[in-house]
Design a protein around this ligand. Structure first.
Ligand code: ACO
Length: 332
């Protein structure tokens, strides 16, 4: 919490990029022992989009960011902060943000990544808000970008049914009228739960090796049932905390945009928050879980369709590996 009077920063403009290629449940039935019915009942996912060769995060991110700049009238030269949340960067060094900076031509930006798995976008917004408040930057692009298909094991039916690729983005800048903007943020993590969702190899402790390739330990692993339980708990905590900090109750919220991980987690979160499902945005059927991209993709859909318009109060809530969770309340 800062001593500054909120809102001092706002989200302005949105953008997204979804790869054209679709991986449907029917496609997955041919790859692993599963059924469309099981996936729909347990997750709410019907299909997800998968990046093709050449659809790098830098390329997808550039398109999403250009949409944000077009919507806000901010030039690429005016961007002085570029924060990318991702768990699946194009390469490990330099940061994804620096590679995107180059593709976008955001030559005046301080570019860096935020790593909080599916909560990365919410973390990124909070970091950007701090940059605005501290006078470090004026126009910060915050991007959630994933190519999870590259770290998903398509031999593992417990995970491969869930994940998809895509990018969403927004701009964080000083509040234009002192009324619209970020009303609260809440960030939390618990590293003791790290082994519930992790990638074992490929990092400095277990560098790439033949063993890694043989054991497929480069891919994401997840204890689904345990993640599910913690997700429900942490999403509930994140809703409560963001609302308390904003001094609002859920009936004052126009729309809940939860991280799109599983329809059952979303429904449990909505129930806890006392939000009827007609005030909860759900697009998991089309995209699956796109990790850090899921909230900004959903936000972009809502803004472009008019579901979120001027003055709307939006609660965004995320959770992910780490374990991390967090939330923000925004008056659009
Ligand atoms: N198709 C058919 N059967 C399956 C499949 C599948 N794709 N996957 C698992 N099963 C079977 C299991 O083997 C098990 O069979 P058994 O009872 O004979 O042992 C049965 O279905 C039930 O398995 P559970 O794992 O208990 O199934 P659950 O209802 O928990 O659903 C799921 C699994 C969908 C993964 C769920 O646990 C979930 O969504 N967890 C949260 C995942 C999540 O949100 N992850 C994202 C975190 S965000 C991030 O940081 C990336």
């Amino acid at each position: 919490m800062t001593g500054l009077k909120r809102p001092f920063a706002e989200m302005a403009g949105t953008g997204r990029y979804i790869p054209a290629k679709v991986l449907s449940n029917a496609d997955l039935e041919k790859i692993v022992d599963t059924t469309d019915q099981w996936i729909m009942e347990r997750t709410g996912i019907r299909e997800r989009h998968i990046a093709s060769e050449g659809e790098t995060i830098a390329c997808m991110g550039e398109i999403a960011c250009r949409q944000v700049l077009e919507a806000t009238g901010v030039s690429v030269e005016e961007v002085d902060g570029l924060v990318v949340g991702t768990a699946s960067p194009d390469r490990l060094l330099p940061s994804q943000a620096c590679d995107l900076q180059k593709t976008l031509g955001a030559v005046n930006a301080a570019a860096f990544d935020v790593s909080a798995a599916c909560t990365s976008f919410v973390y990124g917004v909070s970091v950007a808000e701090g940059m605005i408040a501290g006078g470090t930057a004026k126009n910060v692009l915050v991007v959630g970008a994933e190519r999870l298909s590259t770290i998903t094991d398509y031999n593992d039916r417990g995970t491969c049914i869930l994940f998809g690729d895509g990018v969403g983005a927004t701009l964080v800048r000083a509040s234009s009228d002192g009324k619209r903007g970020i009303l609260s943020t809440y960030l939390k993590s618990d590293g003791r739960l790290g082994d519930l969702l992790y990638r074992q190899s490929g990092g400095a402790n277990e560098p790439p090796s033949e063993k890694m390739a043989k054991e497929r330990s480069y891919f994401l692993r997840m204890a689904g049932r345990e993640v599910f339980k913690h997700a429900v708990r942490s999403m509930a905590d994140a809703c409560d905390q963001a609302l308390t900090r904003a001094g609002l109750t859920s009936d004052q919220v126009d729309l809940l945009i939860p991280h799109q991980a599983n329809i059952r987690i979303i429904e449990a979160t909505a129930k806890h928050a006392g939000m009827p499902m007609d005030r909860v945005y759900v697009n998991i059927e089309k995209y699956g879980n796109t990790s850090s991209a899921s909230i900004p993709i959903a936000l972009d859909e809502c803004v472009r369709s008019g579901r979120v318009g001027p003055g709307a109060v939006v609660l965004m809530v995320g959770f992910g590996g780490g374990f991390t969770w967090g939330s923000t309340v925004v008056r659009w």
